[in-house]
Design a binder for this molecule. Structure first.
Ligand SMILES: C[S@@+](CC[C@H](N)C(=O)[O-])C[C@H]1O[C@@H](n2cnc3c(N)ncnc32)[C@H](O)[C@@H]1O
Length: 466
């Protein structure tokens, strides 16, 4: 067997060849981080090569670096959060977009955003050292591919103060190649997930350790930080949080693109259902999944449930995007809490990124209410990410990865899901689950897991058990 370091180097070099060949076939060269965005070739082989390069380079760097340095880098990860929060709050990427590739001096940036230029330079240098922004010459900074994800669609002068409309018009077509995000010339809604993480996520993380020891009756670490006995979604419904609720709802457009167009419509044969079947989107938010499925199978009736504020947001979204579907009754929006008995006897109930928001007892209530209302033939579909152990796991069918990589490819495949798991814990005491855990949750609430369609967001398809 090749020695440890060379095994990693071989994985990197053979997969870099695959990437380069894919670009050569497209008649271009692999771009550096400083070059403008160009969509990545989308072939599965390119995505797999990318995952393996990320897994191996991270493991190689971690292996050769001093353990103390690695731990220090991780222990001070909050500076990633706060520097990103700083540049976002002051719309620095938007300002630098207007400055162009020559960039802008930190003093001038400081003048425009009302912060001492010396602070600005240090924050931007911290980020540039981590490949977010570029230090073009001493204290002069420009956008690069990563920082341009934070660019919004309005001129800098128009977005400085208006929190409610700051993120409007962000295109939902985040340019995503599998789970790797590349920057578009203007911010995608996926950039809002980053920003939400530096704000609500950061607030939650501050009471993370305390909560796990003793929740003191609070719903989540986030609730402890806020000293409020409500969960994050109820907090969004409160006066003063409308702009955060709006930002969150806008961010929720993004994960639809993680699956790519047609992903939700293709996991289930919606057209095999009798015409006029009833399909409920439980906790729908804007209803981006309903929109995709209803476009593919407009002969059915779709009902979206959510809390009052979220339904108001959704009404605005549908009025802009597809008003006919509301006007002709194809899609109905209703205020309904999934903690109350389900009022609809539907053919299919689906929930995207809902179950991961809640602790076990709440998930059982939600799925139990749906079970009580369902027909014997009803289907339940949970669209959720699939948690993976870092070691081989026969039960989940994860046999491992090439030597010496971690079975979940470290941050390459396990990165986003473990971040999401921590985020769910921090914000809501929710969690990401393995396939076995979804099957067990179904068993306890009267649902049999029939099949799983893997993907960045997997579909867990259940049928009702009497
Ligand atoms: C993570 S978002 C997912 C939204 C949507 N399913 C999607 O994937 O775009 C969670 C949603 O659950 C909604 N929600 C929270 N508590 C709820 C409740 N008790 N009843 C109904 N919806 C609720 C929130 O308002 C939010 O829209």
């Amino acid at each position: 067997m090749t020695d440890y370091l060379n095994a990693l180097v071989e994985i990197i070099s053979s997969n870099v060849k695959i990437l380069n060949n894919a670009y050569t076939k497209d008649g271009r060269k692999f771009p550096s981080l400083d070059e403008p965005f160009e969509a990545t070739p989308s072939a599965e082989a390119v995505q797999e090569a990318t995952r393996l390069i990320v897994a191996a380079t991270t493991q190689l760097a971690t292996s050769v670096r001093s353990p103390l340095e690695v731990l220090l880098e991780q222990a001070t990860g909050m500076y990633n959060t706060v520097t990103l929060r700083f540049v976002n709050d002051h719309n620095v990427a938007d300002l630098l977009k207007e400055a162009g590739p020559k960039g802008l001096n930190a003093k001038e940036i400081g003048k425009q955003i009302g912060v001492d230029g010396a602070y600005v330079a240090r924050c931007l240098r911290y980020l540039a050292t981590r490949h977010i922004f570029r230090e073009v010459s001493p204290n002069v900074f420009a956008n690069n591919r990563l920082s341009s994800v934070l660019v919004k669609s309005k001129p800098f002068k128009d977005i400085e103060t208006d929190l409610m409309t700051k993120y409007d018009d962000a295109p939902s077509s985040a340019l995503v190649s599998h789970s790797y995000v590349h920057s578009a010339p203007v911010a995608s809604t996926l950039g809002l997930v980053v920003i939400h993480s530096t704000d609500e996520g950061f607030m939650g993380s501050q009471s993370f350790v305390e909560f796990m020891k003793d929740s003191k009756g609070y719903a989540s670490p986030f609730s402890i930080t806020l000293q409020q006995h409500t969960n994050m979604f109820d907090w969004y419904e409160q006066p003063g949080q409308k702009w955060r609720a709006h930002r969150f709802a806008t961010a929720m457009k993004a994960p639809a693109s993680l699956w790519g167009q047609g992903g939700f419509a293709s996991v289930f044969d919606w057209n095999a259902l009798p015409a006029g079947s009833t399909i409920v989107d439980v906790g729908a938010s804007l209803g981006v999944v309903t929109m995709e499925i209803a476009r593919a199978a407009p002969q059915h009736k779709y009902i979206m449930h959510d809390l009052e504020g979220a339904v108001k947001e959704a009404r605005r979204h549908w009025a802009n995007e597809w008003p006919e579907a509301i006007n002709d009754g194809t899609v109905t929006l209703e205020v309904h809490s999934f903690f109350e008995p389900m009022p609809v006897k539907a053919d299919v109930y689906f929930l995207r990124c809902i179950i991961h928001d809640w602790p076990e007892a709440d998930c059982r209530k939600i799925l139990g209410h749906i079970h009580a209302a369902a027909k014997s033939t009803s289907k339940l579909i949970l669209f959720e990410m699939m948690a993976l152990h870092a070691c081989p796991d026969e039960q989940s069918g994860n046999a491992g990865a090439p030597y010496p990589l971690l079975a979940n490819l470290g941050v390459a495949a396990g990165g986003f899901i473990t971040i999401a798991d921590m985020q769910m814990l921090s914000l809501l005491d929710g969690r990401e689950r393995t396939t076995g855990e979804y099957a067990e949750l179904g068993r306890l609430t009267g649902w049999k897991l029939e099949s799983v369609k893997p993907g960045p967001i997997a579909a867990f398809i259940f049928s009702k058990v009497a």
